[in-house]
Ligand binder design. Structure first.
Ligand code: GLN
Length: 275
C-alpha cells in the first residue's frame, strides 16, 4: 500500500471501518467480509480470527524435523502435527500456508492468524506479535566442513557465515566481530554452500543442524553452540500470535497444556524429533 493510501486507510479505520485488504501485510481491517481482517494492534475493530472455523497457520517448511515438505508435497513435521492437534482441541480446521520465514511475523493478522515455525521468542518479535507458552528448548549450532579449524566463537571472527535470513542464527552473526552473514531463504542452501566452500560456517538451530549433520555426515562437523567455546544462549520456541488477542492466546495455550498433560505432545516429540 502506498503511503498516502495507508494514511487514508488509517483515518477511515479510526472513523468506523477499514480498507480493502491488500497483499502487503499492513494489517488493516477490511470491509469485504473476508478473513484476514484482524487488527494487529488489538483495537476495537479486531474480529475473531476463528469466526470462520479455520485457523490459518503460516510456516516455513525448510526446518526439519519441525517442518519440511513431505512426500505428498504438503508441509509435515513436528510443528505441523502439533498445530493440527491444537486445532483439533480448539475445534477449528487448520490450514497451513508455506511461506518465507522472514515474512511470517509481519503476516500475522493479515495473511495468516498464527505462525509455527520453530520460532524463537525474542524481544524484537514481541514488539510485533505475542507468543504462546513455549513448547521447545533450542540453541544455535555451528556447522563447519569436516577439515575446518574453526572450533570456537573467536574462530568465527572475520568469517563468512551462512544463515537463514531473519533467524536468530542471522542475529548472532551481527554480533561476531568482522563476520559477514551470507543470508539464505533455506538453511539447506547455506549448508550446500558450505560444502561448495562459499561459506566458512553455518549457524542454524540444533535440530535442523543435526538433520543436516546426518545428511552430510562425512563432509561436516557440528558444534553445540551452548558449549563454553561458543557460549550461545538457550532459545525457546513458541507459536506467534496476533498481538493483544488474549482469547486466542488462551485457547492455544489451553490446548497446548492439554496435549502436554495427555501425553500427545511427548508422543509427537518421540515420533518426529527423537526418532
Ligand atoms: N529458531 C530460529 C528463529 O526463530 C530459526 C527458525 C527457523 O528457521 N524456522 O529465528
Amino acid at each position: 500500500m502506498k503511503k498516502a493510501a495507508a494514511i487514508l486507510c488509517l483515518a477511515l479505520t479510526m472513523a468506523f471501518a477499514g480498507c480493502g485488504n491488500s497483499d502487503d501485510n499492513t494489517n488493516t481491517p477490511d470491509t469485504n467480509g473476508e478473513k484476514n481482517s484482524e487488527s494487529v494492534s488489538g483495537t476495537e475493530s479486531e474480529q475473531d480470527p476463528l469466526a470462520d472455523g479455520v485457523l490459518n497457520v503460516g510456516t516455513n517448511a525448510e526446518f526439519p524435523p519441525f517442518e519440511f515438505v513431505g512426500d505428498d508435497g504438503e508441509p509435515d513435521g513436528f510443528d505441523m502435527a502439533l498445530i493440527k492437534a491444537i486445532g483439533e482441541k480448539m475445534g477449528v480446521d487448520v490450514v497451513v500456508e508455506n511461506m518465507e520465514f522472514d515474512s511470517l511475523v509481519a503476516s500475522i493478522g493479515s495473511k495468516i492468524d498464527v505462525a509455527i515455525a520453530g520460532m524463537t521468542i525474542t524481544d524484537e518479535r514481541k514488539n510485533m506479535v505475542d507468543f504462546s507458552d513455549e513448547y521447545y528448548e533450542a540453541v544455535q549450532y555451528v556447522i563447519v566442513p569436516a577439515d575446518s579449524e574453526i572450533a570456537s566463537a573467536a574462530d568465527l571472527e572475520g568469517k563468512n557465515i551462512g544463515v537463514q535470513l531473519g533467524t536468530t542464527g542471522d542475529f548472532i552473526v551481527e554480533d561476531i566481530k568482522d563476520a559477514t552473514a551470507a543470508q539464505y531463504n533455506k538453511a539447506v542452501d547455506a549448508v550446500n554452500d558450505l560444502l561448495n566452500g562459499r561459506v566458512d560456517a553455518v549457524i542454524v538451530d540444533k535440530n535442523p543442524a543435526q538433520v543436516f549433520g546426518e545428511q552430510f555426515k562425512d563432509e561436516v562437523k557440528l558444534f553445540d553452540g551452548e558449549s563454553p567455546e561458543f557460549g550461545f544462549e538457550k532459545e525457546y520456541y513458541a507459536i506467534a500470535l496476533p498481538k493483544g488477542d488474549e482469547e486466542l492466546a488462551k485457547s492455544v495455550n489451553d490446548a497446548l497444556a492439554e496435549l502436554k498433560a495427555d501425553g500427545t505432545f511427548d508422543e509427537l516429540v518421540t515420533q518426529y524429533i527423537e526418532n
